[in-house]
Design a protein around this ligand. Sequence first.
Ligand code: WT7
Length: 672
Amino acid sequence: MTDSADQPTLDNLLSEVRTFPPSAEFAAAANAHAEMYSWASADRLEFWAEQARTLLDWDTPFTEVLDWSGAPVARWFADGRLNACYNAVDRHVAEGRGDRVALLFEGEPGDTRTLTYADLKSEVSRAANALTALGVRTGDRVAIYLPMIPEAVVAMLACARVGAIHSVVFGGFSAEALRSRIDDAQASLVITADGGYRRGKPSALKPAVDEALGGAADALGPIGDAPASPVHHVLVVRRTGQSVAWTQGRDVWWHDALAAASDVHEPVAVEAEHPLFILYTSGTTGKPKGIFHTTGGYLTQVAFTHLNVFDLKAETDVFWCTADVGWITGHSYVTYGPLINGATQVIYEGTPDTPHQGRWWEIVAKYGVTILYTAPTAIRTCMKWGDSIPAGFDLSSLRVLGSVGEPINPEAWMWYRRVIGHDRTPIVDTWWQTETGAIMITPLPGVTSTKPGSAQVPLPGIRAEVVDEMAQPVPNGSGGYLVLTEPWPSMLRGIWGDQQRFVDTYWSRFEGLYFAGDGAKKDDDGDIWLLGRVDDVMNVSGHRLSTTEIESALVSHPMVAEAAVVGATDATTGQAVVAFVILRSEYRERVDEVGEGADVAAELRNHVAKEIGPIAKPRTILVVAELPKTRSGKIMRRLLRDVAEHRTVGDVTTLADSSVMAQIATGLGGGS
Ligand code: WT7
């Protein structure tokens, strides 16, 4: 393990005594029941089998539930066959729900679109036919690089409809990040847009695709040493109308392709274990991991959790998950969960403060949103903007509030409950990961008495534990490492192209247990409190970033000799990226001479944005002469975090050179 097990600690908060039992009224009508826990613990596999049978429509029913003989790769419902898009769309039309609204789209400029399930069926059918016409076959990989517009959901579903594996790349990622993901998955087609609206203006996307594909697509063969791009076609949605460069023969307008396609398409039934998608996430090395999920188990748990954790009543609720489809939350609780359950949901393209800081609350009031699912960082940002902003809108439709992405501090939790939920609504703090595919630890509304700051209990059918270094469960009142002790339906099936890394990362820390990478504590009631990552992974605004990945981006700049990155506690974003860099001597002299510290920081920040994306830009860059290292050469990030968080520097006795920290402290006039 690393030296960072002492990450953001919530020790002081574990004396939390406030609890909020569900109202009798809510409990009486809730989807979830306390008996679910006893049922699932009595027969876990039958519990999940029953969810799979009732929540999904199977083309070929399964007879096997779990095959764990190939551990740590699970096979759930393996002899069944189904289609994800059929379950999300066609089924509702077939069962008479075609007129129900599926998507209420709000563009950032204020344009709107409403798509019913019948509309969605015709769109996904055309898109599936268009993909087929462009040569996409079952099992092929398709990269999706789009803004938060209905086409993002349609594109994912169209892939699933033909059995192609989507790899959604967040639109905020750079051309370089897109290129490496396309290459790793060998995607043959990219779906993008001219651009999207962000902070009041069009923001281009297509140029990044052109750059990522590097002009290699026009059958010229490899340029220099670079291998030819695997991409044959780029489908381009027209969103902003901005002008785009066009590669003849490769680029195709989405609207042309769909207009030419029939709206009749037979979904391809695939095996339950057929891969549904790959989603890249940061790990502890410089190379992102292609987490892949399969179909039957993933959809089962996503549908089960969406129904019970949010208490969805599909006929009357208006669900809104604010996540982008570029993240797992958008996969599970925008595209798949809500649509499988036949929900009506809002999707919003833009930022919360465009054109004003009440935009989200205006949307809640306008559409009568009943269930809101968002991240602590957004809640804290709204807190900062002040209570008077949400107070200006009618939020009385809200009845369940959810939180995800990082530990939510009790103050933010209480603010969410009071100012947004008007002290009426249950709050569900949901712990899960890209790897887990769906919610794992959470209170159940109507069942659990909630506790501000704690994700509390594993769901029925889920087994989690907090263990010590020796893999022994810790007693109540103690802390340790969060592990999952039994396979679950929506678990990742591996890392695309690198099964060894899958085993090494998750299954080698504790024999037979899935190691999540989070520190956790059990309170006196046995409720689980998440304490943040214990590895070299940061969590900035609920987005996962790797220290190593940002370090490699920094050292790829000619000015930089060495770099160390830490996540420092930040009041709004949870953690913030703080980079310590050693410049190459030729630059160091120049900086000393002309005092260019600020320019260096700006230059390096932009470089990181270009290599990874703006979300990875360090908040602070400190130019230092030395980095604290152990005798074996490992950077002691714990000490750098002390500096970044303005604390007294901790124990330096394991440093190869114990004077380094003093040098760093004196060298730092202020940073930037
Ligand atoms: C990491 C997973 C799950 C979708 C969003 C992030 C942290 C997530 C919580 C929570 C405390 C949380 C963990 C986890 N995390 N939810 N409710 N309380 N921490 O997905 O990028 O895969 O990150 O986010 O550290 O390991 P992700």
